[in-house]
Write a protein that binds this ligand. Structure first.
Ligand SMILES: Cc1cc2nc3c(=O)[nH]c(=O)nc-3n(C[C@H](O)[C@H](O)[C@H](O)COP(=O)(O)OP(=O)(O)OC[C@H]3O[C@@H](n4cnc5c(N)ncnc54)[C@H](O)[C@@H]3O)c2cc1C
Length: 647
């Protein structure tokens, strides 16, 4: 009860301090806000879902070409990269762009817009319900693998953590692809191009001069952060992980800090849709955005040189609805993400010939790497009892007072506009470390030299992060007591898997198999990471906030007492996705060795077809993947505009 009153008093105090409220306006303002919401609908963005307006219906008795259905570039997938690409390309009024997105608007969904809400979308029609193949090294479990089906793609459902990887990652990309334009010294300009960093008085050490200041993607510190997550950073310093003011700063990404987020100053999620498909962009005559439009195949003709040329795409609202075709005068770009882009290539006849033939698909181009080299970051969660019984457990209310607290949170967020608990993104603080750092893992306790899978000497291979409370099954299951959680994941796993066709039917989701922890190296590094998390939990000031006397078996207060063999069993039981699959259409120099696109992101062996999304990462980045997806799209848009203007 005291907490509830405190919550309400605090709302009122903050609102008064900020001049949001007078006593009378408290009542009348709330009533007015609700009335306005009920009476006026928000202006609808200009998206088309009637596909008659964007393509020619297949099967109609006409062969005539119609300019109405011709575009210069067709982008397949309005996700993180796709929206950015469509927006930047259509800045040139001479490029007619069609963006086709399988889902609807993410911006229209309250659970996407509100930072805390995304878990509520996981088991809905707005998310593709993937399950992995049984994971042989993880007790045979089939893992839930959400991929967004909406504009903004996974940027509309992600945890909003804005860390972009290590500079060395991109130098490694450049040397593998044989193209310096991907090296950090060149490519970094696209990270600053997409971002608008909002300085915060509590974080004066962030060097704003090296951050983007005028891009469409707002990043900053507008999400809420718990005291335990602040204490986590201090405890990291206590175990010799240096504090860093900025994971994306000039000193690279190693260290511990609060993490920046893709949350704007109104405490709303920043997605690729909200950042790039603004009303001004959508008003462009040369940009058409169609929603509920699933592309079922890429259309090819044979070019004059006898090489297959992508000339358009086929798409439909659903399996049972009519199909449509649109032509791309210049090119088709796949931005369907790390699972769907290879899937679309495969069902269109580009991929390993034997696999295509087995499924009865005509081979347009035998390209062995399509769908191969799948890599994802495997995560292990650790759960602790919150000693102060202060967590936001009431978000899943179980009692009358929980309901009151939840109502208070809703009022803070939706009516007073002051953020509060609903502005929480889960991942609050983090640490990026190397598993061979002798200051963190002294050789007398960790004598074994493990394989170095990092991209450079100053790149990490482990990330730890904290969340305000613990959960299981991707947020479906909360604990019955107040909790806090730590997590560790492998940034540079050596286990890889594949995306494979289940059939030639474009509506049947492909098989995904990340092959989690199938190498000894991966297991050994995760054991180190788990040990480190458990040590941090026992280190002040975090230790004082956790109830280490609470030794219930489903919590981890005694896990540090276990042997490596016992920890390995825990890891195999608990390992999950941290939702970062990449590399299934790998950029690289050699199509015979599994590369799918060249350094210009053109698909090998065909003309007029590129891929632009997380699938092209030659190696997974040492961190969170959305930033690189934005940057790739920014770079490709610049490159294409330059190509066209010089042609
Ligand atoms: C739950 C979750 C949490 C995450 N947390 C973070 C985080 O905190 N920070 C971070 O940096 N990264 C995070 N990530 C990862 C990051 O969001 C993704 O790596 C990134 O957004 C992928 O971008 P993309 O452009 O490759 O694909 P996506 O953004 O997935 O876009 C693909 C789009 O293509 C559409 N599409 C697919 N098939 C078709 C088709 N046939 N026809 C038409 N459209 C199609 C999809 O509907 C989707 O909109 C998270 C991801 C998830 C799922």
């Amino acid at each position: 009860m005291a907490n509830v009153i405190q919550d309400f008093l605090q709302i009122i105090r903050i609102a008064f301090e900020r001049g949001h409220l007078t006593p009378r306006s408290l009542v009348s303002g709330a009533a007015l806000a609700l009335l306005i919401r009920l009476v006026f609908k928000r202006p609808k963005p200009r998206y088309i879902s009637n596909l008659e307006q964007v393509g020619r219906r297949v099967g109609l008795n006409t062969t005539a070409r119609d300019e109405k259905w011709e575009y210069d570039i067709i982008i397949v997938g309005g996700g993180t990269s796709g929206c950015a690409l469509a927006s930047r390309l259509s800045e040139d009024p001479n490029i007619r762009v069609l963006l086709l997105e399988a889902g609807g608007s993410g911006r229209a969904l309250s659970d996407s817009r509100t930072p805390i809400g995304y878990g509520g979308l996981f088991f809905t029609k707005h998310v593709y319900p993937f399950r992995t193949e049984p994971q042989a090294a993880a007790n045979g479990k089939e893992k839930f693998w959400p991929r967004a089906k909406m504009l903004g793609g996974c940027s509309s459902i992600n945890a909003q953590m804005a860390q972009y990887g290590a500079p060395g990652d991109f130098d490694q990309w450049a040397s593998y692809a044989g193209d310096k334009s991907w090296a950090w010294s060149n490519f970094s300009r696209y990270f600053t191009k997409f971002e608008k960093y909002n300085p915060h008085p509590d974080y004066p050490l962030v060097d704003a001069t090296v951050r983007g200041s005028s891009g469409p993607v707002n990043v900053g510190y507008f999400n809420t952060v718990t005291n335990a997550s602040k204490a986590f950073v201090k405890a990291c310093v206590g175990v010799n992980i240096p504090f860093t003011p900025d994971f994306n700063g000039p000193n690279g990404t190693l260290g511990a800090s609060r993490i920046m987020t893709y949350v704007d100053k109104k405490y709303r999620r920043v997605s690729s849709e909200t950042a790039y498909l603004t009303p001004e962009v959508l008003a462009r005559k040369n940009l058409t955005v169609a929603v509920n439009a699933t592309v079922t195949r890429v259309l090819f003709e044979t070019s004059e040189a006898g090489v297959p040329r992508a000339v358009g795409v086929e798409f439909a609202n659903s399996d049972a609805r009519p199909r449509y075709q649109a032509r791309a005068e210049k090119e088709v770009i796949l931005s369907g993400g790390a699972i769907h882009s290879p899937h679309i290539l495969l069902i269109s006849g580009i991929g390993p010939a034997a696999q295509l033939e087995r499924r009865g698909i005509q081979v347009i181009r035998d390209l062995p790497g399509v769908g191969q080299n799948l890599v994802d970051h495997p995560v292990v969660d650790m759960y602790f009892k919150d000693k102060l019984n202060n967590s936001a457990k009431y978000l899943r209310p179980k009692s009358f007072w929980d309901v009151v607290k939840l109502t208070s949170a809703i009022v803070q967020y939706h009516i007073l506009g002051i953020g509060g608990p609903l502005a929480m993104n889960f991942g609050e603080s983090a640490a990026f470390i190397r598993s061979d750092d002798p200051d963190v893992f002294p050789t007398r306790y960790f004598p074994e030299k493990l394989l170095d899978s990092t991209s450079a000497k100053d790149s990490p291979d482990l990330e730890l992060f904290s969340t305000a409370f613990a959960y299981k099954e991707h947020g479906r299951v909360f604990f019955d007591v107040h909790t806090f959680a730590l997590h560790v994941y492998l940034l540079r796993p050596t286990s890889t898997g594949a995306v494979l066709l289940k059939s030639s039917n474009p509506w049947e989701l492909p098989s995904v198999n990340p092959n989690y922890i199938s190498t000894e190296e991966d297991i050994k590094k995760l054991i180190r990471g788990v040990r480190l998390c458990l040590q941090i939990a026992q280190t002040q000031p975090l230790a004082a906030l956790l109830d280490h006397e609470f030794t219930r078996a489903d919590l981890d207060h005694e896990l540090h007492l276990k042997s490596d063999v016992e920890l390995e069993a825990v890891i195999r039981e608990r390992v999950e996705t941290v939702y970062h699959p990449t590399t299934t259409c790998r950029m690289g120099p050699d199509p015979e060795k599994g590369d799918v696109v060249d350094a210009g992101l053109r698909v090998y062996g065909v003309v007029g077809l590129r891929v632009c999304d997380a699938s092209i990462f030659p190696f997974i980045v040492s961190g969170h993947t959305a930033g690189a997806c934005y940057a790739i799209a920014e770079k490709l848009a610049d490159d294409i505009k330059a190509e066209y203007s010089s042609a």
